[in-house]
Write a protein that binds this ligand. Structure first.
Ligand SMILES: *[C@@H]1O[C@H](CO)[C@@H](O)[C@H](O)[C@H]1NC(C)=O
Ligand SMILES: *[C@@H]1O[C@H](CO)[C@@H](O)[C@H](O)[C@H]1NC(C)=O
Length: 519
């Protein structure tokens, strides 16, 4: 079923990405996606008349997928949404570029803008974007209820992709002559790699940007890299910057632990309430850490500030500054900048409210929010808890694995003791960060804390082509957007490398077909 997509999607605002480290990091992620969509829209409409015409080319469709691909006696289904852009497709043999949705809604712009769209234009590809089950519009009305979340998993999502491949092949009369290539970033980057790994007959090559293919319960390395990135001079960091941050977080921690005036602290950071409860104290700490984590993860995306700007604030030696402000005061100022950028009158520190929001199973929140679903996936498949118990972490040891995982039993009845085995199964199933994948290109940024769980230095055996692209000074998923004039030259070079791989894959596929025909 293909329906013209109405333009109201243009103004629909987004949602996406990793939860755990408090709601602040989540909000920063949403805003990063938001800004990217706005950017895409401007870019598109800036293309004069052509842009508006392109918008009209996008169609929205639905496919009814089995809720449980692995229980054939269960006939229940859910509607999975997808977008199609045929504007560049060279019928009948042009390739198919599949953009895989992750932990959030997909948008028309996923088939209208981005590096994969630029490549589709170049290669005459049919563009598809498919939404992940249980996110965005691809969910049944009762889907968020805990008992129904049982059908939310990456394994089911990959089976959805196989069924989707079949559906599209029928609808567009595709054959083996149409070479599929998949794309994704972050969690959906992992799905892109796994789709190729599990269904190599369906997808010829896969680009996996910033893809955490290795599940990890205690993801302490995340904050280790946050610390390293903040010392990285190439992006405006310094040792001093991290030292000041450590000092500031230590001061907050001392006060929260009872050595200072918590009411004053709440006043300083503009908290909505005084964090008296231990859980609220942790919530505050998570949110303050989240500001810094988000700054690093989305460095130079224009979301809040860059690492260079944050470190400028932390280490400003101007006399007026230095006199009036110690490390603590600078962190207070950082929190102020966050609140004013995000137009938040006060900083939320209520753990109870966080839990209440995550327990909400009504879909009015489900269409937009993804935090409940993603939290479920961390509890049952991936872990990914960005803990701070390791000495290398620049924040506070208050952020423990214990506190990060306490939501699993509260929200879903998943015991914390069950987590290690679930994470181990995910790695056994997919191969962790040493998967034997062929024609999967892992792209990572040196500033991105997620690189730890991806394939960064690939094996290149014999004359096999490299399977990794490493961009030393960019953050999370930077390669996925259309190039901008302000891009670092490393990023520009990386996009060229990706283009070369895709071109080679398409050539190889064509040669294989010719070979078969001649046999
Ligand atoms: C703590 O700070 C609040 C707010 O500034 C102030 O009203 C109160 O007197 C302080 N308490 C102590 C014990 O210093
Ligand atoms: C340091 O602080 C001064 C005074 O507030 C300000 O004018 C200057 O721009 C700041 N420098 C940086 C690098 O943030």
């Amino acid at each position: 079923m293909l329906l013209p997509s109405s333009s109201r999607h243009l103004i629909l605002l987004l949602l996406l990405n990793y939860v755990d480290a408090g709601r602040v990091l989540w909000k920063i992620k949403e805003r990063a996606r938001d800004l990217q969509l706005q950017d895409a829209r401007r870019h598109l409409l800036g293309r004069t008349v052509g842009g508006h015409q392109l918008l009209r080319h996008v169609r929205e469709g639905r496919i009814h997928q089995p809720l449980d691909h692995f229980n054939r006696r269960d006939a229940a289904t859910f509607p999975q949404r997808f977008f199609v852009n045929e504007a560049y497709w060279q019928r009948p043999d042009g390739p198919v570029f599949l953009f895989i949705g992750g932990e959030g809604p997909i948008f028309q712009f996923d088939v209208l803008a981005g590096h994969h769209v630029d490549m589709a234009e170049q290669h005459g590809a049919l563009l598809l974007a498919v939404e992940h089950r249980f996110y965005g519009d691809s969910i049944n009305p009762d889907g968020l209820k805990t008992e129904n979340l049982a059908d939310l998993s990456s394994q089911q999502a990959l089976a959805d992709l196989a069924a989707f491949h079949q559906h599209i092949s029928q609808t567009f009369s595709l054959s083996h002559g149409n070479t599929w290539i998949s794309f994704g970033g972050s969690y959906s980057g992992a799905l892109s790699a796994w789709f190729r790994g599990k269904f190599p007959h369906l997808v010829f090559g896969a680009v996996a940007s910033s893809a955490p293919v290795k599940a990890k319960l205690d993801f302490s390395a995340y904050n280790n890299i946050v610390g390293l990135s903040l010392t990285n001079g190439a992006v405006g960091g310094s040792e001093k910057c991290v030292a000041v941050l450590r000092e500031a977080f230590a001061a907050v921690e001392r006060t929260l632990m009872g050595a200072g005036n918590v009411s004053q602290l709440a006043l300083d950071f503009g908290c909505c309430q005084i964090p008296e409860d231990p859980d609220d104290k942790i919530e505050l700490m998570e949110n303050l850490a989240g500001i810094v984590m988000g700054t690093v993860q989305y460095n130079e995306e224009g979301v809040l500030m860059s690492i260079g700007e944050l470190c400028g604030l932390m280490t400003n030696r101007s006399e007026a500054r230095a006199a009036e402000m110690g490390a603590y005061g600078r962190l207070v100022q950082l929190a102020q900048i966050y609140r004013s950028t995000f137009e938040e009158p006060c900083l939320d520190v209520s753990h109870e409210k966080t839990v209440k929001d995550l327990m909400d199973t009504s879909l009015h929140s489900g269409r937009r929010a993804a935090a409940r679903q993603w939290t479920y996936q961390t509890c049952t498949e991936f872990g990914f808890y960005q803990t701070c118990e390791d000495a290398t972490c620049p924040f506070s040891g208050m952020l423990t694995l214990q506190t990060d995982t306490r939501l699993c039993p509260t929200l879903f009845g998943v015991s914390q003791h069950a987590l290690p085995a679930r994470v181990a199964f995910t790695n056994a199933y997919y191969g962790g960060d040493d998967p034997p994948t062929h024609r999967v290109l892992y792209v990572n940024g040196g500033i991105d804390p997620w690189q730890e769980l991806s394939v960064v230095r690939g094996r290149t055996e014999g004359d096999e082509e490299a399977q990794t692209v490493f961009i030393k000074d960019t953050a999370h998923c930077a390669d996925m957007t259309t190039g901008r004039a302000t891009d670092r030259c490393t990023l520009r070079k990386a996009r060229e490398e990706i283009e070369n791989h895709v071109t080679r894959w398409l050539k190889a596929a064509a040669q294989q077909r010719m070979g078969k025909r001649q046999q």
